[in-house]
Design a protein around this ligand. Sequence first.
Ligand SMILES: Cc1cc2nc3c(=O)[nH]c(=O)nc-3n(C[C@H](O)[C@H](O)[C@H](O)COP(=O)(O)OP(=O)(O)OC[C@H]3O[C@@H](n4cnc5c(N)ncnc54)[C@H](O)[C@@H]3O)c2cc1C
Length: 397
Amino acid sequence: MKKIVVIGSSAASIGFLTKLRQLDSKSKIICISKSKHLPYNKCLLADYIAQTANEDRVFFKDLNFFKKNNIELFLDTKVINLNTTKNLISLENKKQIKFDLLFIGTGTSPTIPQIKNIENLKHIFTFQTIDDAWAISDFIKNKKVKNATIVGTGLTGIELADTLSCLNIKINLIGKYKQIMPNQLDKNAAAIIEKLISKRNINFIKNTVVTEIKKGYKLFFDNKKNIQTNMMIFATGNKTNIDFLQKSKIKIQDDAILTNEYMQTNIKNIYAGGDVCLVKDILTKEYVRSSTWPDATKQGMIAASNIKDKKEIYQGIIQTTCSHIFGKTFISCGSIAQTPKNCKIIIKKDQDFYHKFLIKDDKLIGFILLGKINQVGFFKKMILEKLSCKSLSNLES
Ligand SMILES: Cc1cc2nc3c(=O)[nH]c(=O)nc-3n(C[C@H](O)[C@H](O)[C@H](O)COP(=O)(O)OP(=O)(O)OC[C@H]3O[C@@H](n4cnc5c(N)ncnc54)[C@H](O)[C@@H]3O)c2cc1C
């Protein structure tokens, strides 16, 4: 009987486990996670703090899932080493586990930028795990926080600002770029959201970095200005959880695990999926970090099919971000951050929506839908199937 070990218990790993058990009822399966908690959906953490998503929705797999599928689960168990020659993983608790096949879905951990004096402060939070969400909520409640600072204006920072500003807290939102979410929104779409931000109890400071924090949570910026706050939350990016691979022969590129079209690493019996991976961008053909929940789940499922010799090819990702922030739903897809040369741009807008389409060589290569997103499936299909934009008379304004 084969022994299959899975490291991680989030999107990629659950996708892998679910598919694997559909294809294989016999193998011994062990799932190991450093998380203390049953699987939860990170996409709902801001809603959870806002109390618009309850625990039943957030914790998306219960113990019964593992029991029913005969999966041995070890929570609060960190893998610290992988020996690819001996097919052996070492755990922080000194135990070792052998495997025939391994799936790695270890995702990412948050990073905090270097800021003078930050190491001496207590009220510093990150926003990536359910423990972070509990810590933020408890601190706000227990200390009756009236002023919080969020550093980072990517999607997670903006979602959190949206949530906390509804809890009667004055928010300072600090972003180092000239606009919010530069990778997902162009400046027009960002300006629409920024206008909504300015209508809330939010002090939005852009194009600025925090350089020092002094006693009493006084923050100093690179422009010499300063503000006072009660707590700081960093939503400033993340790094892949690959420390345990340092002594292994797994190929790492740009700090992530390189996978092929079968979600297989360079080691034959080891597969990987999710945010810890580099995968192909369908449009640019370049390797990019995977970064969304649906992509992680799909990669896990494809890895499981291939471990069972089903030879299912992973086509790659189209960078997509979707959210509902400050009362507006948006989806951005494809090449948004950099507009390629010779690209035709179509913009359609009115009071309720802003749509932008990027067309190159008669093919749709990216779009932003803000406000109205009802045709998103159709536009995504156009990109994936490289359909001619000539048929898109409804795009022309
Ligand atoms: C606040 C927030 C909001 C988000 N919103 C969205 C959204 O709206 N839409 C969207 O598509 N995506 C969103 N994302 C991104 C999405 O959550 C990730 O793409 C997804 O979680 C990646 O899943 P994963 O399984 O690859 O890794 P992760 O979710 O990072 O999970 C990694 C797993 O590996 C375990 N692990 C790590 N290292 C070890 C180790 N050494 N030993 C044992 N176990 C280990 C961890 O405990 C965890 O179980 C959001 C992320 C955050 C933080």
